[in-house]
Design a protein around this ligand. Structure first.
Ligand code: FRU
Length: 614
């Protein structure tokens, strides 16, 4: 193919037009044949690396595109092809089909009466070939700088994370062809410092069994699966007409994966997804926990080889929060502080039904005998429902396999299914939370709980101390401190409520956009009010006050608050209480004020750090 063609020169404007409104030009190397009001064939005759597909986000219906390579369907993708206006264009990678004939058989769902109408769609002229495209950040105001975000397009759950040879691998649910959920693919990023992430090529794309939903990955140190010593084995949900569990392996440290020809490896008669597996030292077997989503329970399996799995137990039916579907489970052991004992923690993401609406992370503490999990109970025999994060924007949190030093490092998706597709960013949709270490602690009532401690690497982010104070009285009159001007900060603050009832921390900007956090010394709670935090009107579920128990009784609170342009993560008393919330201020917050009510409080220590992105 690809003879008889002139080299197509892409105007600079068009290249940098990636994810900007496209410019319609007749494209060389692309032949468009309209076959009917809803069917168009697009033939590639040039040999550039990418074709751009223009997208208009408002459409509910995606066009279905069968990618034909030498006449065979290679894959089917779904794209909101632009009809009247191009919001942005997405690249489709042609480089993997070099030397072959590529055609796109496109069925648009948009109702058109005649072929002539269909021809008017702006997408056809915008389908151009290019060797490069510009991914410069166009979301300067709101793209977090020290959180992982996809280079472009939609992201939801973190997947298949493992640590090997000094590299943290993070895979994630990705739509490479738009900023809304679709075409679930495993995107991939890596980090050696747990702060800066490098984007890597996608590893698993939808195939004949369906889209690639969430899952986990392990290092097969002893070659139990037969793919080689230290092969990386990933298990994920194939989501086609139904959901099944599939396997893929990697012999190049997770850069590329080969899908197992015998997939699926687990089938059930009802919806189950998000397999999470780990090696059980005690039993010398692999264990797997799977979300039995609609039954609102978790299933447990055992395996000698990661391929053949036997159902060994279930947990959760009728227990804990039951409003939403159960998704993305995780199961791990943690040390009980002050003892040599360990307890098992079952992470159970649910959606909806979180304490403030929508998505949230529930967990249970108990025992796991290698076959099934049993939860600790309240004195009256009931199973407590515990929440890991009292903000609205931490979901699908799971942990890394093989993290060093017995760390249980985790990361979540920093959004909420209630409005994830409506947040006011386009080039990328959603970030991950900061990485957090899971640890057990005993609260002031003697209850065992899980803390989310900011990962130790994050201390390296600290730049200059832009404001500090110590040993100060906090009264009715506000104390003011400056925040760094670039919308990024770590605020470290320790106070004692003393005889005050209420302590208020306000973070705001000159426009009066503000986040108000209140510590209630009588009820031992901390609230986070983002109702006037900036742009909040894209969803009526977004403006909200979230409230967390602080799990102490003495009124002594230390906070680490991380601000990164469009997110605020508050870690209280070393992660014993946590609130993760998105915010979209029109300009960075520049001021912190502190004030108390009905009595004086004591500011023990305050440091505000700028963020140093080395
Ligand atoms: C959770 C979830 C998972 C599923 C994935 C699909 O957010 O619904 O259960 O595997 O997203 O993208």
């Amino acid at each position: 193919m690809k003879n008889n063609r002139q080299k197509f020169l892409i105007p600079a404007l068009l290249i940098s037009g990636f994810f900007m409104p496209g410019v319609a030009v007749a494209a060389d190397g692309v032949e468009v044949s309209h076959l009917g009001p809803t069917n168009t064939l697009v033939k590639v005759t040039g040999d550039e690396n990418f074709i751009l597909f223009p997208v208009q986000e408002i459409y509910e219906d995606d066009a279905r595109i069968n990618v034909l390579v030498d006449g065979k369907i290679e894959e089917t993708i779904y794209v909101r092809l632009a009809r009247t206006k191009t919001d942005y264009s997405v690249p489709y990678d042609l480089s993997r089909f070099k030397g072959k004939n590529v055609m796109f058989d496109i069925v648009t769902n948009q109702t058109r009466n005649t072929v002539r109408d269909a021809k008017d769609d702006v997408c056809w002229d915008g389908m151009i070939l290019t060797d490069t495209f510009d991914t410069t950040n166009t979301e300067v105001k709101w793209r977090p700088a020290y959180h992982h975000t996809p280079l472009y397009g939609w992201m939801n759950d973190p997947n298949g994370m493992f640590y090997k040879d000094g590299v943290w691998h993070l895979y994630y649910q990705k739509n490479p062809y738009g900023s809304k959920w679709q075409n679930m693919t495993w995107g991939h990023s890596t980090s050696t410092d747990f702060i800066n992430w490098e984007h890597q090529p996608d590893v698993l794309r939808p195939d004949g069994l369906g889209a690639i939903f969430s899952g986990s990955a392990v290092i097969d140190h002893n070659n139990t699966a037969g793919f080689g010593e230290d092969a990386i084995i990933a298990l994920y949900t194939s989501a086609g007409t139904s959901q099944m569990q599939s396997l893929a392996h990697s012999n190049d440290n997770g850069q590329t994966f080969e899908v197992y020809p015998g997939n699926p490896i687990i089938t059930l008669e009802s919806e189950a997804r998000d397999p999470n597996m780990f090696w059980n030292e005690k039993t010398g077997e692999w264990n797997l926990v799977l979300a039995h989503a609609l039954e609102k329970e978790n299933l447990f399996f055992t395996s000698p080889d990661l391929i053949n799995w036997t159902l060994s137990g279930t947990f959760g039916k009728g227990l804990g929060a039951q409003e939403g579907v159960w998704e993305c489970p995780d199961l791990f052991e943690l040390v009980v502080p002050g003892t040599n004992d360990k307890k098992w923690v079952l992470i159970c993401n649910i959606n909806p039904g979180g304490p403030f609406g929508g998505s949230s992370i529930q967990y249970f503490i108990g025992d796991f005998d290698g076959k099934t999990f049993t939860s600790d109970t309240n004195p009256d025999g009931t199973v407590p429902t515990k929440w890991l994060d009292y903000g609205k924007d931490n979901y699908a949190l799971v942990s890394w396999s093989d993290a060093p030093d017995n760390r249980r490092a985790t990361i979540g998706w920093m959004s909420n299914w209630q409005y994830a597709a409506d947040v006011p960013t386009t080039q990328f949709r959603s970030a991950n939370t900061l990485p957090r270490e899971m640890e057990l602690f005993v609260d002031a009532d003697g209850e065992l709980r899980v803390a989310s401690v900011p990962s130790p690497e994050l201390e390296k982010l600290r730049g200059k101390v832009v404001a500090q104070a110590s040993d100060k009285n906090i009264g009715q009159k506000e104390l003011h401190y400056k925040l760094p001007a670039d919308g990024m900060a770590e605020i470290d603050l320790t106070f004692e409520a003393s005889d005050a009832d209420l302590l208020t921390l306000t973070i705001d900007n000159a426009e009066g956009e503000k986040v108000v956090m209140k510590y209630d010394a009588k009820n031992h709670t901390m609230s986070f009010d983002r109702r006037e935090s900036g742009v909040v009107d894209f969803s009526d579920k977004f403006p909200a006050i979230t409230t967390s128990p602080t799990f102490e009784k003495d009124g002594k609170i230390s906070l680490r608050i991380f601000i990164d342009r469009s997110s605020i993560e508050l870690f209280g008393n070393n992660g014993q209480f946590v609130m993760t919330n998105l915010v979209f201020p029109n300009n960075p917050y520049t001021n912190l004020s502190v004030q108390s009510k009905n009595g004086n409080a004591h500011l023990v220590d305050l440091k505000i750090y700028s963020i140093d992105l080395r």
